[in-house]
Structure formats: structure tokens, C-alpha cells
Design a binder for this molecule. Structure first.
Ligand SMILES: Nc1ncnc2c1ncn2[C@@H]1O[C@H](COP(=O)(O)OP(=O)(O)O)[C@@H](O)[C@H]1O
Ligand SMILES: [Mg+2]
Length: 461
């Protein structure tokens, strides 16, 4: 059963089946041909025997000649009796052979040739007979010659058993050869499979060797290698993501532990302890912020969609975000101006989260007294939000990576707690959840960062 689960086993069985069909057809054809050749030979033998005697009988002149004919028939009857002669007649002088006792049955069509069943023989005799009507020289009689068909039947039986034996042997041989050939042909596949077994995350740059593979397999191996390339990139991203997460979490944790150890190093008054706890609380809230952001990004990358999309004014949502950041704006001494409006189906909490992240960045990177411009527009089936602020120009090589997780243009400048590099990654995730995209530009002292959302209805500005 198991053999049929392997390609070699299946092909061997198919080869064997094909061989069985071909060889059987050949065997049947040969058997038919042999049978007709043997029959012709048999009839020829019969005719020769018959004509020898028929010739004599037709030239019969004197009744005394019957004794000589009987003697001749005795002489030509071979000792093994594979040819037998009979003369059937009412006249006892003419009669030859004990037909009444010997002949069990005669089957003869219209031709002179037929079959004769003789007691004591398994195979019937092939026979030819001729009727001689009575005339002035003798009474009527029938002359019969029978030739034993047993040797011919034996030849056919022998041929058949040889044929069956060689067909079975041939089929087995073809199956075996087919199996070996397929095994050999599948060698490269087995090598490929062994190679694939050795692949592991610790050997990420390893690839399958495609050089010596047959064309059918090299395509497969190349697509497999392509998949490995993509996996390697994804794996490296995951590794660096892990390193980033660890790094981001370690700084506040070290701070927390240090603070607590210092506080515990000697007796503290209640107000001192309250101060320590407050500082710790800030660190813990920062940690919770990172964990929440990471959780949000993880859900988004697993394909989580907005729960409910409601068509609303984007300007109104931006105003709510600005209200939320009121205190921060006042502290930084910057002002926000909202230009234009657009309607689009959004989940407002997600949209506000993205806008808040953009405004937060703009506030942190603007000089005091600066004006931030939020522009809303619609077109090409998208509604766009862009936040522009004056500030130092971001070099072009960083622009494309701003939206990567944990990416910071100037990692050294960011202080603990405040900046983790997840804000713009969240903006990108929110845009993707609304079938939109992100964009960033920085030139002439103005940095513009924004995103779009799908706006399937008619544009409205
Ligand atoms: N308006 C902006 N002006 C200048 N740089 C910006 C601005 N917005 C984002 N950046 C840069 O992009 C980086 C990534 O931003 P973000 O993902 O929000 O992380 P974070 O603000 O926590 O650093 C920031 O560290 C900063 O270097
Ligand atoms: Mg930010």
C-alpha cells in the first residue's frame, strides 16, 4: 500500500500495467497465428494421408485387391496410432478397422473435413472421409482417415504456458526497471529535500543549490529561494524589532529600579517617598504607552479593520485633536491653523489618534511662537490630512523611513519617556486601516507629514 504513496512506486505500477497490456496483446496475436499455422499443417498432413489411399481406392479393379489394401492400411498405420484408417461398409470383405467399437461420434459439416471422437482418446481426431457408391466391382463404402490432434494441442498448451510465464516475468522486470529508473530520476529531488532539511533560522543566508538541478526542479528551487529571501528580510526585521523593543523598555525600567534603590537606601520621609512614587508613576505610564502602541501596531499588522466607518467632517475631528493638545500647545507657545475641509468615512477615534501623533511631532519640532498649518483636501478618491511646521529640514535618506517602527532621525536627541519612534508607525497603520497611505516632505525649513484615507464618495472640499 505504502509503495503507491511514492512517485517511484506509482510509476513502476504504471509501467507494469503498460507492459502487461502490450505483452498480452502480443501474446494473444502470436497464439492466434500459431493456432492457424498448426491447423494448416494438420490439415495438410491429413490430406496427404487421405490422398495416398484415395488414389488406390479409386483405381480398384478386382475384389481380391481388398486384402492388399487392408495390408497397405496396416503398413501405413503408425505404431503410435496417430493416424488411423477405417473403411465402413455392409460388406465384411471391404470393412477395415473396428469402427463400431472405436468411433464414438462424428461431427462433420458440408466439407469433407470434420472431427472424430474415438474412445480412449481425450482429443478428437481430425478426419477426412469419402463415400464410394456401390458399382459392379464392390458394395458401397465410406473411407475415413483420422489424424491425432493431440501433439498440436500439446504444442499450443506448451506455447501458452511459456507465454504466460514470459509475460509475467516481463511485467515484473519492467516494474523493477521502472522503479530503479524513477528512483534514479528522482535523485535530484531527494538531494533537494535533504538540503532543505538542513535549513534553519541560524543559517538564514543559506540557499538551495540550483546549478545542477534539472529544469523541472530548478524553477521550484528558485521560487523556494525567493521565499527564503523574503523570509530572511522579515526575520531580520523581527529581530531588529525585538532589539528595539528591548532597548525601549530597558531605559525606563533601569530608571525605575535606580530610583527605587536610591529611595530604599536610607530612611525617607513621607513627602520624599511620595515624590519617588510620582516619578516612578511617570516612568510606568511611559511604559504603558509603549506597550499600548505596540499592541495596537501588532493588531493592525494582523489585519484588524476599523469597527465602524462614519462619514464626517475631517476638520471637525482635527479641531477635537487640537483641543486635546491645548495644554501642550500653550506650553510650547505654538499656534495651529486649520485650512480646508473634506468629508470621508472614518473611525473618528483612530483618525484623531493619527492626527494627534502628527500634531505632537509638529509641536516638538517647531521653534517657539511658530505656526503649524493643518491642511485638509480631497481628490482622486482620497481625503488627505497634512501637518506642516517650520523646523530643521529632515535629510532625504531619513524621510522614507520615518514611518518605520522605532525609527528616530536623531536618536541621541530624544529624551527618555517622551519619544519611542512609534507615533508615525501608528499614523501609517491608521492610514492602512482606511485604505490610505502616508507621505512626508521636508524643504525650505518646512516639514510636512500627513496621510490619506479612502474617500469613495464624490469629492467634497
Ligand atoms: N514634524 C517633524 N519635524 C521633524 N522631524 C519629525 C517630525 N515628525 C517626525 N519627525 C521625525 O520622525 C521620527 C519618528 O517620529 P515618531 O514616529 O512620531 O516618533 P517619536 O515622535 O516618538 O520620535 C521622530 O523621531 C523625528 O525624528
Ligand atoms: Mg511622535
Amino acid at each position: 500500500m505504502n509503495a503507491f504513496h511514492s512517485i517511484a512506486g506509482r510509476l513502476a505500477a504504471l509501467f507494469a500495467l503498460a507492459a502487461l497490456l502490450v505483452l498480452s496483446l502480443l501474446g494473444v496475436t502470436l497464439d492466434r497465428e500459431l493456432a492457424s499455422v498448426l491447423e494448416r499443417q494438420q490439415i495438410e498432413q491429413l490430406n496427404t494421408r487421405f490422398q495416398d489411399i484415395d488414389y488406390v481406392l479409386k483405381r480398384l479393379r478386382e475384389p481380391e485387391q481388398w486384402a492388399r489394401i487392408h495390408a497397405k492400411l496396416d503398413a501405413v498405420t503408425p505404431p503410435d496410432h496417430n493416424t488411423q484408417y477405417w473403411i465402413l461398409s455392409d460388406d465384411a470383405q471391404i470393412r477395415y478397422g473396428n469402427a463400431l467399437a472405436e468411433i464414438v461420434g462424428i461431427s462433420q459439416g458440408t466439407s469433407s473435413i470434420g472431427e472424430l471422437r474415438v474412445g480412449g482418446r481425450t482429443e478428437p481426431l481430425l478426419m477426412r472421409s469419402a463415400y464410394f457408391p456401390a458399382d459392379e466391382r464392390h458394395a458401397s463404402f465410406r473411407f475415413i482417415v483420422g489424424v491425432d490432434s493431440e501433439p498440436y494441442a500439446r504444442s499450443r498448451r506448451a506455447f501458452r504456458s511459456v507465454m504466460v510465464a514470459s509475460v509475467s516475468g516481463g511485467v515484473l522486470l519492467v516494474a523493477l526497471i521502472g522503479y530503479l529508473i524513477t528512483q534514479w530520476g528522482l535523485g535530484p529531488l531527494q538531494r533537494l529535500s535533504r538540503e532543505a532539511h538542513t535549513l534553519s533560522p541560524s543559517l538564514l543566508s543559506q540557499r538551495l543549490l540550483t546549478a545542477q538541478l534539472p529544469t523541472e526542479l530548478s524553477d521550484l528551487a528558485e521560487s523556494f529561494n525567493g521565499a527564503l529571501d523574503r523570509l530572511e528580510v522579515a526575520y531580520q526585521q523581527l529581530e531588529s524589532f525585538n532589539a528595539d523593543v528591548t532597548h525601549e523598555l530597558r531605559t525606563p525600567l533601569t530608571h525605575l529600579i535606580g530610583n527605587t534603590q536610591v529611595a530604599l537606601s536610607r530612611e525617607r520621609s513621607v513627602p520624599q517617598l511620595v515624590e519617588v512614587l510620582q516619578s516612578n508613576l511617570e516612568d510606568l505610564e511611559g511604559l504603558r504607552g509603549i506597550v499600548n502602541d505596540m499592541l495596537f501596531l501588532a493588531r493592525a499588522s494582523l489585519g484588524e479593520r476599523p469597527h465602524e466607518l462614519l462619514r464626517c467632517s475631517l476638520a471637525a475631528e482635527v479641531e477635537k485633536a487640537i483641543d486635546f493638545l491645548d495644554f501642550l500647545l500653550e506650553e510650547a507657545g505654538v499656534h495651529v491653523q486649520v485650512q480646508g475641509d473634506a468629508q470621508a468615512p472614518i473611525e473618528s477615534s483612530l483618525f484623531r489618534r493619527a492626527v494627534t501623533n502628527l500634531l505632537d511631532n509638529a509641536i516638538h519640532h517647531s521653534p517657539p511662537g511658530a505656526e503649524i498649518v493643518v491642511e485638509l483636501s480631497a481628490g482622486d478618491g482620497q481625503a488627505r490630512v497634512s501637518v506642516a511646521n517650520p523646523g530643521p529640514v529632515i535629510p532625504a535618506e531619513h524621510l522614507g523611513r520615518l514611518f518605520d517602527r522605532f525609527y528616530k532621525v536623531d536618536a541621541a536627541r530624544t529624551k527618555n519617556g517622551e519619544s519611542h519612534g512609534l507615533g508615525l508607525a501608528i499614523v501609517k497603520a491608521v492610514a492602512a486601516m482606511h485604505s490610505g497611505d502616508v507621505f512626508a516632505a521636508s524643504c525650505d525649513g518646512v516639514t510636512t507629514v500627513g496621510f490619506s484615507v479612502l474617500n469613495d464618495a464624490k469629492d467634497s472640499a
